[in-house]
Design a protein around this ligand. Structure first.
Ligand code: NAG
Ligand code: NAG
Ligand code: NAG
Ligand code: NAG
Length: 405
């Protein structure tokens, strides 16, 4: 894969309509902020490789869980997202936004879908199912986690209804339950977002040439570079005292979605210098102050696919109780007080070509029942001894106060 030295943002604007301008603006800001924080957490812990994540598919299950979470577990979900779905106005707005986000126009398809795969025999609270049935086009399916391969196949069949595969020879790495403690699994919460569209102005295949691309390490790579002359929205912005970025908007046909490209102005500036300055307010300013201008646009063709364990990412955003078998409070889901999230898997891909773009994201959370098995965890100083039982002879005795010493 090509090292990727510009940042891209797929923004969907104008999805919250109506007169309540302030709330709409605020929620747009919060959604962008959540996306930026996800990006920064991954970019910061990563290693400079290509990266793609679908914040929209991550936020839907976190919203859904708010309906079943109580106490601190719920509070942490609300803080990480920046909003609560329990507020009437926010609730209504998000519902409208979800409906608007799932639109298909000429040449454009956006689909948002969510499903709960529930262990046969597990009963969910009716309050919870009422709420989720209205959320993000979600559906309820029953499954049998004691047969993990069949459940995996069932989930992936559902996912593939919305998300097309990657390269023909590439096995899609969606959701796998191989590692799940199947007898304790109760629910898998899966959400997908998929987007497919053609450019408002396509790049001609015949204009694509092999040109140089300089990697972060200074390597010169030869890459297929698409080219067109077009009237585009463009702006140049000061990010720090020394650094500027060029921001270009490439719109898709007949939709409110555009691809924004953020390129360090100075060739020697690594992305790592700019990433800390990527904020929701910077994005708000950039996207609202672009000017129409005629430009020669060169953009490499690219295709990125990522597979993450989201647990660490979400934990660093403050969502910790949800993953703790003893602290998680998901009483609102089924009345049981022993559910927690054991796995959070994310899969995202994007493909940017001459005629348009395909992008998708899938997030799967697996909810387990806390094991009834008691736990012994020597995670503090302890004493030990080695004793021969027939004679009572103690072969040795001691203590451990620092296992690393
Ligand atoms: C870099 O990070 C990506 C994503 O986190 C990971 O898939 C890849 O294995 C890492 N590569 C190296 C060399 O550490
Ligand atoms: C809602 O989900 C169904 C299948 O569960 C799908 O056929 C439909 O296209 C989705 N609707 C939207 C608006 O995404
Ligand atoms: C689930 O699968 C297990 C193992 O195949 C089987 O014993 C059990 O009867 C199944 N449960 C249901 C409710 O079908
Ligand atoms: C389930 O899948 C794994 C790996 O995909 C395989 O090793 C295993 O044999 C399968 N189990 C059954 C019962 O088919």
């Amino acid at each position: 894969m090509l090292p990727f030295t510009f940042i891209l943002l797929l923004l969907h604007s104008g999805c919250l309509q109506g007169g309540q301008g302030d709330l709409r603006k605020e929620l747009k800001g919060l959604k962008t902020e959540f996306a930026v924080r996800l990006y920064q957490t991954l970019a910061g812990s990563g290693n400079g490789t290509n990266l793609v994540i679908s914040p929209a598919s991550v936020s839907v299950p976190l919203e859904l869980l708010q309906f079943g979470a109580r106490g601190n577990t719920c509070l942490q979900l609300e803080r990480a997202l920046g909003y609560t779905v329990h507020g009437k106005r926010v609730h209504n707005f998000l519902r409208t936004a979800q409906a608007a986000a799932s639109t298909s126009g000429p040449g454009t398809t956006i689909q948002l879908a969510c499903a709960l795969f529930v262990q046969t025999g597990t009963s969910l609270s009716s309050h919870f199912t009422e709420h989720i049935s209205l959320w993000a086009n979600s559906s309820l399916e029953t499954t049998n986690f004691s047969e993990p391969n069949r459940t995996t196949a069932q989930i992936n069949r559902w996912v593939s209804k919305f998300v097309a595969g990657g390269k023909p020879n590439e096995k899609p790495r969606n959701v796998s339950l191989e590692r799940i403690h199947s007898t304790l699994a109760q629910i898998a919460l899966v959400s997908t977002v998929s987007f497919r569209s053609i450019w408002q102005k396509r790049f001609a295949f015949t204009d694509t040439q092999v040109l140089s691309f300089t990697s972060t390490e200074g390597l010169i790579l030869k890459v297929p570079m698409m080219y067109q002359t077009a009237n585009v929205n463009y702006g140049q912005f000061q990010v720090t005292a020394k650094q500027q970025v060029g921001v270009l908007e490439l719109p898709y046909r007949g939709s409110s979605v555009s691809l924004f490209l953020v390129l360090p102005w100075d060739k020697a500036t690594p992305l790592a210098f700019l990433e800390p300055h990527l904020t929701a307010s910077a994005i708000h300013i950039w996207t609202n102050s672009l000017k129409r201008i005629k430009m020669d646009v060169f953009l490499p063709r690219f295709r990125i696919q990522n597979h993450f364990n989201l647990k660490d990412v979400l934990s660093s955003l403050g969502i910790t109780d949800l993953f703790d078998p003893f602290k998680a409070n998901l009483k609102g889901i089924s009345g049981q007080d022993d559910l927690y999230v054991s796995e959070a898997i994310h899969n995202a891909r994007i493909e940017v070509l001459e005629d348009g773009t395909k992008a998708s994201g899938t997030t799967a959370l697996v909810l387990l029942r806390r094991s009834r098995t008691p736990i012994f965890k020597a995670d503090r100083p302890f004493i030990f001894f080695l004793r021969e039982s027939d004679t009572g002879s103690v072969l040795c005795i001691g203590r451990v106060t620092n296992p690393l010493e």
